[in-house]
Design a protein. Structure first.
Length: 120
């Protein structure tokens, strides 16, 4: 009975007396390519309206793959880019984080570069 009291008292003390090494989980995540993406607010350019699509590969301009439409000059949050159907020689598609869809890179302004966004 007394042993259980002693163990109950000293176990937390012993646990605190033996500090664990500082975690380097953040450094390990970065080495594995898991880094936070940079969110960029980019405006829609080069068209009156642009379709934001579920995927960057659109067979025959499929209307069922359109999530929403963005008007020219409006700003939206983009977090990364991927490759997809080429529009005017630009094969990047930018991920509209708040909408859950892709916009061709040809239709986003110069703030949405590969370097600023990072690959999805």
């Amino acid at each position: 009975m007394k042993l259980s009291y002693v163990v109950t008292f000293f176990l937390p003390v012993v646990a605190l007396a033996n500090p664990l090494p500082v975690s380097n989980a953040e450094a390990e995540g970065e080495s594995a390519g898991l880094v936070p993406r940079s969110k960029q607010v980019c405006k829609i350019v080069n068209a009156g309206t642009v379709n934001c699509r579920y995927d960057p590969w659109v067979p025959n301009n499929a209307l069922d793959r359109i999530r929403t439409t963005f008007k020219s000059g409006t700003g939206h949050d983009f977090t990364c880019w991927t490759e997809g159907e080429c529009i005017q020689g630009n094969c990047t598609w930018d991920w509209a984080h708040n909408w859950g869809c892709y916009v061709p890179g040809y239709y986003t302004d110069s703030k949405c570069t590969k370097a600023r966004l990072g690959h999805c």
